[in-house]
Design a protein around this ligand. Structure first.
Ligand SMILES: O=P(O)(O)OC[C@H]1O[C@@H](O)[C@H](O)[C@@H](O)[C@@H]1O
Length: 314
């Protein structure tokens, strides 16, 4: 046979292992060939687990209610459309603390996956899972308390050593509305006394422990040695890092969001929360919560807002 016409010895590149998605009662579980995985509860679209390198990166209380009876204590609850206790002077004033998104049943909208690296190379894939919540999903009481036409799409993208969570808010009604938004993320740490939060240096914060007075961060690193509840606003730097044992452990990169809350309930506050277990769990968690909580974001009919975070694990 003429050499030129010989059938090609090169066979098509075999596709490597694929990301997998498993939908079971009330939750969606996705994993990558690298072993990284994520679990999202449809109640609140709460990410309850994120593992990289065989290690859990989120803190979840062992007493967290996962049955929809109350917001999940741990993982990544979504705060929307209001942050904190109800503000009676605002139209959101009759909603519960932190709004209704973490208390609502979301719909799973589906998945899409991509390969960013060489074909078939395990570990370079990512998988994106979308969840939706709109006026139609709300209870009659909540619709009365938030009488606006809206649509939320929450996208959770699992990559090798990364998790991205983005919220798209659309005004689908005929009136403008205002909202606040926060990703109330509970990160798991080995030992809070050997953990620092970097990237808040010289920022201004409201200290909820000190009658909501305003202060300026004086050190480049924040160490936690007692109850902390601070709202850092108007941050210039996009990245806040969790440093453990002197080494960067997680980088939290804000996307179109200017604020970050740092919260640890410490001993007394943990005792007062029935769903916070074990009681010394404050030693192995810290909430670093990116959001837009200073003032209000306003959306006119037809307008959209998108914001969220990318977390990179080291
Ligand atoms: O108990 P909840 O409603 O989940 O809130 C927990 C904490 O959430 C934080 O975001 C707030 O800054 C704290 O003030 C609050 O205590």
């Amino acid at each position: 046979m003429d050499r030129k016409n010989r059938p090609s010895a090169i066979s098509p590149i075999a596709a490597g292992p694929q990301p997998s998605v498993h939908v079971e009662q009330g939750k969606v579980i996705a994993s990558l060939p690298s072993g990284d995985s994520v679990e999202i509860l449809l109640f609140g679209a709460t990410v309850t687990s994120w593992k990289t390198n065989g290690k859990e990166r989120l803190w979840l209380s062992t007493a967290a209610k996962l049955d929809g009876s109350k917001p999940v204590r741990g993982g990544v609850p979504i705060v929307f459309p209001a942050f904190g206790p109800p503000n009676k002077d605002h139209v959101t004033g009759s909603l519960p603390q932190h709004g209704f998104a973490r208390n609502s049943h979301w719909e799973y909208l589906g998945k899409s996956s991509s390969e960013s690296g060489a074909q078939g190379k395990a570990g370079d894939d990512s998988i994106k899972l979308d969840f939706g919540l709109s006026t139609a999903n709300l209870s009659e009481d909540t619709k009365k308390a938030w009488p606006f036409g809206f649509g939320l799409v929450y996208s959770v993208t699992l990559g090798k050593d990364s998790l991205q969570t983005m919220l798209n808010v659309r005004n689908e009604g005929t009136e403008a509305f205002e909202f606040q938004f926060l990703l109330h993320t509970y990160f798991r740490v080995e030992d809070i006394t050997r953990t620092q939060i970097n990237g808040l240096g010289s920022a201004t914060y409201v200290d909820k422990m000190l009658n909501a007075t305003t202060h300026q961060q004086s050190t480049p690193s924040l160490s936690i040695a007692g109850e902390v509840d601070r709202v850092y606003t108007g941050l210039q730097q996009d990245t806040t890092s969790v440093v453990q044992e002197g080494r960067p452990s997680l980088d939290i990169i804000r996307d179109n969001l200017a604020d970050t809350v740092v919260w640890n309930p410490w001993i007394e506050k943990s005792k007062g929360m029935g769903d916070f277990e074990p009681k010394d769990g404050y030693k192995t968690m810290v909430c670093v919560e990116v959001g837009a909580v200073e003032g209000w974001q306003k959306l006119e009919p037809g307008e959209t807002f998108e914001g969220g975070m990318l977390v990179k694990a080291h």
